[in-house]
Design a protein around this ligand. Sequence first.
Ligand code: 13P
Ligand code: SF4
Length: 305
Amino acid sequence: MTTQELKNKILEAKKETGTVILAHTYQEPDIIDVADVTGDSFFLSKKAAELKAKRVVMCGVRFMAESVKILSPETETILPVASATCPMAEQILPERVREFKEENPDTQVVAYINTTAALKAECDVCVTSSSAIKIVKKLEGKDILFIPDQHLGSFVAKNVPEKNIILWDGYCPVHAQLTKEDVIECKKKYPDAVFAVHPESPKEVVELADMVGATSDIIKYAKEQKGNVIIGTERGVVDYLSPHEENGERFIQLAPEKLCCEDMKKISLEDVYKAIIGEGGEKVELDEALRKKALVSINRMLELG
Ligand code: 13P
Ligand code: SF4
């Protein structure tokens, strides 16, 4: 079967089963082609809440499928490949957060959306990379524990100096590999290019950027520029931007050998098809008490962000 034939089968199966495909922008272009909604984690969370779909196939990583289930418990939510997980989402144990809160009752725990549902259930509010600064600014109280990403946390701390932000030592194994030498090398090749980067990157890399933002912010910024843009995030973003570009290759991938998230790339068109027809993937189920607790922090994120 050709790729196009498989895509056509997916489109038919979607209609027949009333399935909605959500896909994070890091997914392969073929997956983006068959998706109903694409975007970054904040946008997909908001959409999941609005859609109230009967069935969702979430093309992304596990925490994203869990977010859909937390927001829409009635929706049958399928992760096409069960092993597609974000390593950062489990870099702190829920028990550790509970202990911290007992020891520090006045400190608010802010969790990046890249966390398990069990972690979200223990924190006070969730944030995404696009909403973190805005939400942290609005929180009452000065003391904050930011989990799990130290790099996003330190970017927030720099932008919200009025808060006392304690950082956890987690990190994204993809973005954290970037070095300032990667940027300097790339800028030598493209001296006129501006540089946009995701805040999961190390501080010394972020400091060299013309723009720092979440996936959606990077896409918006890149499209607005007239000249070349160096993209310092997962390479799916360059794949996503390129078909929109009529004037050749304007978007330059920083460190392509490093910026590939293997978990995000695990899902194939075959996996999506099998998930739609009920022959593959994992139906995401959450304990109801845990779901309700996690919902409180996600709802707070949606209200404040
Ligand atoms: P966004 O919040 O920008 O979608 O990022 C999610 C992610 O996993 C980044 O690596
Ligand atoms: Fe997780 Fe990093 Fe992959 Fe994003 S790029 S899903 S943060 S491992």
